[in-house]
Write a protein that binds this ligand. Structure first.
Ligand code: SF4
Length: 367
């Protein structure tokens, strides 16, 4: 296979779906970690091709969705109270905090700018030497190298008015937290291929072994995802719990060693509060003290507030695989992309946004 289109080949998709039907003799629940995989599954109706005894549930792999309300409050505080230029990816602007979101902060005079790379934010800092410029560094292991690069670039070029507000989260600790929770329903994982492209595979073997859960490193196209499900089902049926790489065209066992070294140079592992889930020990990245001058959390006296989730938002249960978006009573009625109650309805990787966008059947069920 050479081109992306071949990973959407209808004949191959149906062949893989048939293979899954033949392989699955018992009920199995499989979680895809990444919000990009969730969107592909819902967009292409891949779950509708599966036999009834295979249940796909959607994991916490949307970085915007798991960023705590406290950090959004702090981003708002940075621009409204500390007069900083707050640079962010566009997804973050409409995510509710405990108070207002960043779009409202912008409407109230905050200097909030959408950028497409953290390096753009360094450029803005260079162009505005009398202003503080903060990049809202949100994401999993995939975005950590570029965010680390922005710190190294600012340090190299002596850009003292640049810093990052860090909300980095790590996939393997979240998988352990899910598998160890009392209401866990997940029996196997499709791990996020792009995360493994950076980090490699070595952290997944102990998880598969400790929790007897197969983990298949999976890509993002329909053929990738169905192949990942087939491999996962075959392992579950055979009583195996191993790490398999079904995304070998992008993932090497060691990942990207250069990117890993850059991440390790700038960041250290820390506890992280996951929105809707709570604090997961050692599940985030924070800026090392060596680069404290570029850490907005150290540079500014930011208010620490307890994060809260609207009581009717069940995003935590969705991201733990216990419920699905159309189980939420607010889905499609009080919660829509134009007036979201929770982050999963905002983000382009959020499960609620995927169901709202692609599932007319889900909309009918609540109308
Ligand atoms: S539909 Fe809205 S309120 Fe319900 S879980 Fe999703 S984001 Fe939260």
């Amino acid at each position: 296979m050479k081109y992306v289109d071949e990973y959407r080949d209808a004949a191959l998709v149906h062949k893989l779906a048939d293979a899954i039907k033949r392989a699955a003799t018992r009920p199995w629940t499989i979680m895809e970690i990444c919000g990009g995989q969730t969107h592909a599954i819902v967009k292409f109706g891949l779950d509708d091709l599966l036999p009834e005894n295979i249940t796909l549930v959607h994991g916490p792999g949307c970085p915007v969705c798991v960023t705590s309300a406290e950090l959004i409050d702090q981003a708002v505080e940075l621009t409204l109270q500390h007069n900083a230029i707050l640079c962010s990816f566009g997804d973050m602007l409409r995510v509710p905090g405990n108070g207002i979101d960043l779009l409202t902060a912008k409407a109230r005079g905050g200097d909030v700018r959408i950028v497409y790379s953290p390096l753009d934010a360094v450029g803005i800092a260079k162009a505005n030497p009398t202003r503080e410029v903060v990049f809202f560094a949100v994401g999993f292991e995939t975005t950590a190298p570029a965010n680390a690069m922005s710190v190294l670039l600012a340090a190299r070029d002596a850009v003292p008015n640049f810093s990052i507000l860090t909300s980095h989260v790590l996939v393997p600790p979240a998988m352990r937290a899910l598998l160890g929770s009392p209401d866990n329903c997940v029996q196997g994982f499709l791990a996020a291929g792009h995360v493994c492209t950076i980090m490699g595979l070595d952290q997944y073997g102990p998880i598969a072994r400790d929790y007897r859960a197969p983990i298949v490193i999976t890509g993002f196209e329909p053929v990738d995802i169905l192949e990942g499900i087939l491999l996962c089902v075959k392992q579950l049926e055979a009583g195996r719990a191993e790490v398999e790489n079904a995304y070998s065209r992008a993932v090497r066992p060691d990942g990207n060693l250069h990117a890993r070294a850059i991440v390790d140079q700038v960041f250290e592992i820390t506890d992280r509060d996951w929105r809707g889930i709570g604090v997961i020990p050692q599940s985030g990245l924070g800026v090392r003290s060596l680069y404290a001058a570029f850490d907005a959390a150290r540079k500014f006296p930011l208010t620490s507030t307890a994060s809260s989730t609207p009581t009717e938002c069940i995003s935590g249960e969705i991201m733990r695989g216990v419920k699905k978006p159309h189980d939420c009573p607010a889905f499609g009625t009080r919660c829509k992309p134009e007036h979201p109650l929770g982050a999963p309805m905002v983000s382009s990787e959020g499960a609620c946004a995927a169901y709202y966008r692609y599932r007319s059947r889900a909309l009918e069920s609540v109308s």
